[in-house]
Design a protein around this ligand. Structure first.
Ligand code: KIV
Length: 262
């Protein structure tokens, strides 16, 4: 999978499937299931490390997760989030962070949250030949500015800024953008106005593709139930059931049996 192929998919109206992964074993399964794009999201801060926000995860930690994922992936395009604090300071620092991700993990692209305010950083990274995916709407790295994880861009002024930012990302050469938690009508308008694929999460069906967090869609993360989330499995029940069965078998000396020893 390449960024060029994603552009062709948009032109043909073929939807793009994207999912997060953070480790080798799950990345292998996600890739083998036919995923187009695997995102090593900074949501690793939440689902892997147990932090409340995405802010604490470091560049070194993102590189570690990205290395684990790329070892398990043969087909999908691997995109890695630039974490909070690794690109907002200045464009040179942003480029240095993106280069570390590309060199040390073998991923194929980076993703960055924000529009006009980070344009210079995006352009510098693009000028080094590193593909960039934008991320507009609810940008979790700015949670302390927003104050909530509610739907963004419901008001006219914010919606207009989002459209302007989306056009800018397209014009400067990003290969795609995530649209997170915005009204479906606005996402449809953006998708029609830009030439690059839009990948929605809580942004409706008109986007060129969809992305979800792996643990959320597999039902590992039972407490998280936003309206946009479709659960494809109830792994929390399956996993705790299997593990408590193992505990019982060990305690009752049912495991290991004669055939399970040497
Ligand atoms: O970090 C992440 O998982 C993301 C997706 C929610 C798009 O940015």
């Amino acid at each position: 999978m390449t960024t060029r192929r994603l552009a062709e998919m948009k032109q043909r109206g073929e939807k793009i499937a994207m999912l997060t992964a953070y480790d080798y074993s799950m990345a292998r399964l996600v890739d083998q299931a036919g995923m187009d794009v695997i995102l090593v999201g900074d949501s690793a801060s939440n689902v892997m490390a147990g932090h409340v926000t995405t802010l604490p995860i470091t560049l070194d930690q993102m590189i570690y997760h990205a290395q684990c994922v790329t070892r398990g992936v043969e087909r999908a395009l691997v995109v890695v989030d630039l974490p909070f604090g690794s690109y907002q300071g200045n464009s040179k620092e942003a480029l240095a962070s993106a280069i570390r991700i590309m060199k040390e993990s073998g991923a194929e692209a980076v993703k960055m949250e924000g529009g006009a305010e980070i344009r210079e950083s995006i352009e510098r990274i693009l000028s080094a030949g590193i593909p960039v995916m934008g991320h507009l709407g609810l940008t979790p790295q700015s949670i302390n500015k927003f104050g909530t994880y509610n739907v963004r861009a419901k008001e006219e002024a914010e919606a207009q800024k989002l459209i302007d930012d989306a056009r800018m990302l397209d014009e400067i050469g990003c290969f795609g953008m995530v649209l997170e938690k915005i009204p479906a009508k606005l996402a449809a308008e953006v998708t029609a106005q830009v030439s690059i694929p839009t990948i929605g999460i809580g942004a409706g069906g008109a986007c060129d593709g969809q992305v979800l967090v792996l643990q959320d869609m597999l039902g590992v993360n039972q407490g998280f139930q936003p309206r946009f989330l479709r659960r494809y499995a109830d792994l929390a029940t399956t996993i705790t059931g299997a593990i408590s069965h193992y505990v019982e078998d060990v305690k009752s000396q049912d495991f290991p049996n004669d055939k399970e020893q040497y």
